[in-house]
Design a binder for this molecule. Structure first.
Ligand code: HEC
Length: 95
């Protein structure tokens, strides 16, 4: 029984992490101005800071305006600096 449970947990975990898009050149300046490095930093911050209290939200699920509001509320919760919040914004908006 136990190995099956562990296998299931592994599959569930992998499914969660693969949902998040990884930025490439195609995402640079797609919606708002952002370099690939900024998008990658935003990706890492988002992944590390935004899934602690709830599941990671899907970047494509909210509009630019919604993300501005959401980050206004969530950045303080995640203890992000203004710069970090800006990077997360660039990452979620240029999906
Ligand atoms: C300290 C806990 C905590 C952290 C860290 C956190 N959140 Fe949240 N988040 C919440 C709670 C609680 C709610 C639901 C209640 C609310 O909207 O205030 C929520 C709701 C949300 C929602 C749904 C809002 C809506 O209007 O549908 C989104 C999207 C979201 N968070 C994104 C983020 C992002 C992005 C980050 C990282 C910058 C983040 N959260 C970090 C606690 C947290």
């Amino acid at each position: 029984m136990k190995p099956i449970l562990i296998a299931l947990l592994f599959v569930a975990g992998a499914a969660c992490t693969t949902q998040l898009y990884v930025p490439t050149e195609a995402n640079v300046n797609k919606v708002t101005q952002a370099s690939l490095v900024e998008l990658q930093q935003g990706h890492d911050l988002f992944q590390n800071k935004c899934g602690k209290c709830h599941k990671l939200p899907k970047p494509g699920k909210h509009s630019k305006d919604e993300w501005t509001k959401i980050l206004g509320k969530m950045a303080p919760k995640a203890k992000l600096t203004t710069d970090q919040s800006e990077l997360v914004y660039k990452f979620v908006v240029n999906n």
